[in-house]
Ligand binder design. Structure first.
Ligand code: ADP
Length: 211
């Protein structure tokens, strides 16, 4: 199963990708997580992309494609993968097509999680994230713990989840990522799922439509 989860920031891609990954036994590949891990570890890549992430702008396509190229070649991707947060531009989607062709394989499905933008702003501005394992906590649902209940790491608001940056990320999504709906729609591989529904229903809708 080679799956792409498309959707605006906060649409629930990460949450759903983790569940599907556990169910199908294939890795979740989140370019956002990979970039944040590089920033945390102070690698050369991390130093190059830090300002982009903080401002809510996209990292250049060639850097992202290099990361994906290296990641998809690893052994654990042989039977499939779930892409979460990639591709984010038409150029990245075209790069992915070339890469899959070289690997002699193709996508199984592209699922778009659809949400209203005010709901996204509300979700992201109340989201707190573990700096170590990436677990999400939502301040509107329950008090946010100071230490992660899964790994004990520090829980804080992501720098790019401040409201002004969230609004900018949504503009970037509309301008640069939304055209992918057309790209995959034209290829005949797109399925739309209502991301506003409760988490379990969204999950059932995604998994129910997979072959
Ligand atoms: P979200 O889906 O909540 O916006 P991500 O963790 O997917 O969060 O991404 C966070 C940031 O990482 C983005 O705003 C962008 O700066 C960078 N990023 C992640 N994936 C990509 C990508 N495929 N292309 C360019 N930049 C990316």
């Amino acid at each position: 199963m080679r799956l792409i989860l498309l959707g605006a920031p906060g649409a629930g891609k990460g949450t759903q990708a983790k569940r599907i990954s556990a169910k199908l036994g294939i890795p979740q590949i989140s370019t956002g997580d990979i970039l944040r891990e590089n920033i945390r570890q102070g690698t050369e890549l991390g130093r190059k992309v830090k300002d982009c992430l903080e401002a809510g702008n996209l990292v250049p396509d060639d850097m992202i494609l290099e990361i994906i190229d290296e990641r998809l070649r690893r052994e654990d991707c042989r039977t499939g993968f779930i892409l979460d947060g990639f591709p984010r531009t038409v150029a990245q989607a075209e790069g992915l097509e070339r890469l899959l062709e070289r690997m002699g394989t193709r996508l199984s499905a592209v699922v778009a999680l659809e949400m209203e933008s005010e709901a996204l702003v509300a979700r992201l501005s109340s989201r707190h994230t573990c700096r170590d394992c990436g677990a999400d906590y939502n301040a509107t649902q329950a008090p946010v713990p100071a230490a992660c209940t899964k790994c004990g790491g520090e829980v804080a608001q992501r720098d790019d989840d401040k409201e002004a940056t969230v609004r900018h990320r949504l503009e970037v999504f509309e301008e640069q990522t939304a055209p992918l709906l057309r790209f995959y729609g034209d290829m005949g591989s797109l399925r739309r799922v209502n991301g506003m529904a409760p988490m379990d229903e969204v999950y059932a809708a995604i998994v129910g439509g997979l072959d």
